[in-house]
Unconditional design. Structure first.
Length: 207
């Protein structure tokens, strides 16, 4: 157990260590770094977090994190509205956007089906995706761009069963992404190619 010379320091370290992937040693290093900054820097950092917490919303169309009721992608007239790319979370949207190879819309599920973690279809925005497609003749193709894990494949298959009633093409990103990989860690060239060379999803793709 760590022994701190200051209760204030200990409290700050404990709060930082609550963040994902941040252990006590990393938390201490971050806190000591922040302690060396001037008041203006600390103020901007604190204000950014407070504004994020108070004002950030989820896009009513794609459920991406946004500053407005419609995100910049959904509201853009330059996007190809015939394509919807289904991803797990905002990190995947950022990764795909960085490739410069995709110009359609997105749908953010907010996770993937994972019984071990207590996450089922009802915990995701799958119902909202079906509603979005109902009566929407603009959309011609839905692309599954989920992690190539067992949970990702399970989610793909569930989505396919839900969406096959619609008159549109259902495809999945090519397996340029190694099995077990998450999209956010794929390099941009590999991820870009996996989208370009996507393949049609059918019953032979089930896990």
């Amino acid at each position: 157990m760590e022994h701190f010379s200051s209760k204030l320091l200990q409290t700050a370290v404990e709060e930082f260590s609550r963040l994902p992937g941040i252990g006590k040693k990393t938390a201490l290093r971050l806190v000591l770094h922040m302690l060396k900054q001037d008041s203006d820097t600390i103020g901007r950092f604190s204000e950014a977090l407070m504004q994020l917490h108070k004002k950030v919303v989820y896009c009513k169309e794609c459920h991406n994190i946004s500053d407005n009721i419609l995100c910049e992608i959904c509201s853009s007239s330059r996007r190809d509205r015939s394509l919807i790319c289904v991803v797990e979370d905002i990190r995947d949207v950022i990764a795909i956007e960085n490739t410069g190879q995709y110009h359609g819309l997105y749908h953010v599920l907010g996770g993937i089906i994972s019984p071990m973690d207590g996450i089922g279809p009802a915990d995701l925005t799958i119902g909202a995706l079906a509603e979005r497609l109902t009566g929407n003749e603009e959309v011609k193709e839905v692309i599954f761009a989920l992690s190539t894990t067992m949970e990702g494949d399970t989610t793909n298959f569930y989505l396919f069963k839900k969406l096959k009633v619609f008159d549109l093409k259902i495809s999945v990103i090519a397996r340029g992404i190694a099995i077990g990989d998450e999209l956010e860690y794929a390099d941009e060239v590999t991820l870009g190619r996996s989208i370009i060379y996507r393949t049609e999803y059918d019953k032979t793709s089930q896990p």
